[in-house]
Design a binder for this molecule. Structure first.
Ligand SMILES: Cc1cc2nc3c(=O)[nH]c(=O)nc-3n(C[C@H](O)[C@H](O)[C@H](O)COP(=O)(O)OP(=O)(O)OC[C@H]3O[C@@H](n4cnc5c(N)ncnc54)[C@H](O)[C@@H]3O)c2cc1C
Length: 519
């Protein structure tokens, strides 16, 4: 029976699940003649303002011979190139550092392949971590190892839970399938912009922890990697909570904020390099404004979900560009620093995304520094100034976009914000780098043309510094092993090769699928 693909099948907003009916109607064939219908991709098409609709890519079989027409393709045979992976020799006992997406997924798949794995995380299980974060929002008592960035689930645990990847491959598909196996909705397998929100991420992490334990894995919380020993360019020992352990294979998945670990690795002669990243601010707008500008008036948001934006603007004679990053519809802002005396912003949301405000980072690329530490010092400088401006209470420097464009502090009260520790009215130009501010200003003018009201109704909350790592731990691109140190494998965002929840987790899967027992 011939197999086909139909791309961009239009389905009415209120008939999301009537895919077969829509296909039958579009192709003028009976419902009965459509067999083995499966969904490859689902997205919300809002290009025509005022008339958003669902857009599906589907596969199906039919005995009917279909005439060529727009959107219809013969199904191509699948290639399994991605399955061909090189083997990497590792010991049967593997020590993994960091219970973020990269470390957790490496652990899960190593265990499934019969390895013994010990996973160490400096922070706490997600339930206790949640309590520490709530306490921090209330009493501002910062815990350097249990916070929005550190603890079970890593930086991704208190997020919007966007599960986007730039490209889907075997490894990212495996991560999404694991998530479905662990209780998440099947829709994440084909939705173009899946997200699950913090509330569901917590459930996912608990299920994943149980799966790891059931497979015989050991997870050690509040266990920090403090030192390493390298003998003849091979990892030989690790120090966890003041105890030295023998170690032939160490997997480091420490995330982009493990600044003390970068210092340790550099001191021990592990090869690191400076890399470019991005910095800027977070902006907050009424979600109703974004909904109306993206979808048009009178659209039922219960059917579409809150609207998103993804904005870019070429600025400063095209040498630099401002762009939106990590937008959280109906979300809340969170202070996210990993060090005492520093303030950085980020955003998270719940699965329903029904909060009254939308937030998103607007950032500008920062070139790799001349020295290894330039980028990290740059982040730190802005975070410390912001902390001082907020009188050491995590109140964040804030300015309306209108006042920012006039380079003046606001003279009237700022609108209500979701940021939990208060706002301090301030002129961001006074302390943020002029080239960043100039690019942001040009970006806002450009975004106003795309979303009228972006300037008038927008509030800036600053600074957004932790977009990705300013440092890369150099690795062999095939084996994922450090170029300088044998037995040391570096994964995820902290290694500088991945960014985002699924991509970092996929890096963990990739390593686990390559691993081959040496002894
Ligand atoms: C607030 C926020 C919202 C985000 N929203 C999204 C989103 O919606 N979608 C998305 O795709 N991405 C999002 N991100 C980015 C995403 O979370 C990261 O890209 C991802 O978590 C990186 O995974 P990782 O495993 O490489 O590192 P991490 O998640 O950073 O995990 C590293 C872990 O290692 C631990 N660690 C570090 N050093 C040591 C040590 N010495 N000893 C023991 N443990 C150590 C840390 O405590 C941490 O738990 C968000 C990030 C933040 C901060």
């Amino acid at each position: 029976m011939p197999s086909y693909q139909y791309r961009e099948l239009s389905v009415d907003l209120d008939k999301k699940n009537n895919v077969a009916e829509a296909l039958s109607h579009t192709l003028h064939i009976s419902l009965d003649s459509i067999q083995n219908l499966s969904i490859e991709r689902l997205s919300l098409d809002s290009r025509k303002r005022g008339a958003p609709h669902w857009s599906y890519n589907v596969f199906f079989d039919t005995e009917k011979t279909l005439k060529p027409q727009h959107g219809l393709f013969k199904k191509e045979s699948e290639t399994k190139n991605d399955l061909i992976v090189d083997s990497v020799d590792v010991s049967s006992l593997i020590h993994v550092i960091g219970a973020g997406p990269a470390g957790l997924w490496a652990t899960l798949h190593l265990l499934r392949r019969g390895f013994q794995v010990k996973l160490y995380e400096q922070g706490k299980p997600v339930e206790s971590r949640f309590r520490d974060i709530r306490r921090f929002f209330n009493d501002r008592h910062f815990n350097p190892t249990s916070n929005v960035l550190f603890g079970e689930g890593g930086a991704g645990a208190f997020s919007d839970g966007k599960l986007n990847t730039r490209s889907r491959n075997l490894f990212s598909q495996t991560v999404l399938e694991d998530m479905v196996h662990l209780g998440m909705s099947k829709e994440i397998l084909y939705f173009s912009k899946p997200h699950i929100g913090t509330n569901k991420l917590v459930l996912l992490l608990r299920a994943l922890r149980q799966e790891i334990i059931d497979l015989g894995g050991e997870i050690f919380f509040e266990s920090k990697l403090e030192d390493i020993e390298i003998t003849n360019q091979q990892i030989s020992k690790i120090k966890i909570n003041n105890s030295w352990l023998d170690c032939d294979t160490l997997v480091l998945a420490p995330g982009h904020s493990a600044r003390d670990l970068y210092e340790l690795l550099n001191e021990k002669g592990v090869t690191l390099e400076a890399k470019g990243f991005a910095m800027g601010v977070r902006v907050e707008h009424p979600q109703a404004l974004i909904n109306e500008r993206q979808f048009g008036k009178n659209v039922d948001i219960d059917l579409t979900g809150s609207a998103e934006y993804a904005l870019t603007a070429k600025t400063l004679k095209d040498t630099s560009s401002a762009y939106s990053f990590c937008m959280c519809p109906g979300g809340v802002l969170v202070p996210c620093a990993s060090e005492q005396g520093a303030l950085a912003t980020n955003g998270m949301s719940h699965s329903h995304r029904k909060g009254p405000l939308a937030n998103g980072a607007i950032v500008v690329p920062v070139q790799a520094g001349k020295s290894l530490w330039d980028g990290l010092n740059h982040q730190r400088r802005l975070e410390r100034i912001a902390y001082e401006i907020g009188e050491k209470s995590y109140s964040a420097p804030a300015q309306s976009i209108e006042a920012f464009l006039n380079k003046k502090r606001d003279s009237i009260d700022l609108p209500k914000s979701t940021y939990p520790c208060g706002l301090t009215p301030n002129n961001i130009w006074d302390w943020m780098d002029p080239y960043i501010c100039k690019s942001l200003a040009e970006g806002f003018l450009s975004f106003e043309r795309k979303i009228p009201g972006f300037i008038k109704y927008g509030t800036i909350i600053a600074p957004e510094t932790r977009t990705s790592s300013p440092i890369r731990i150099l690795r062999n691109l095939d084996t994922l092993e450090s170029v300088s140190t044998k037995g040391l494998f570096v994964l995820g965002e902290g290694a500088g090769y991945a960014g985002g929840i699924v991509t970092s987790a996929a890096d963990g899967v990739r390593f686990a699928l390559k691993a081959k027992k040496l002894h």
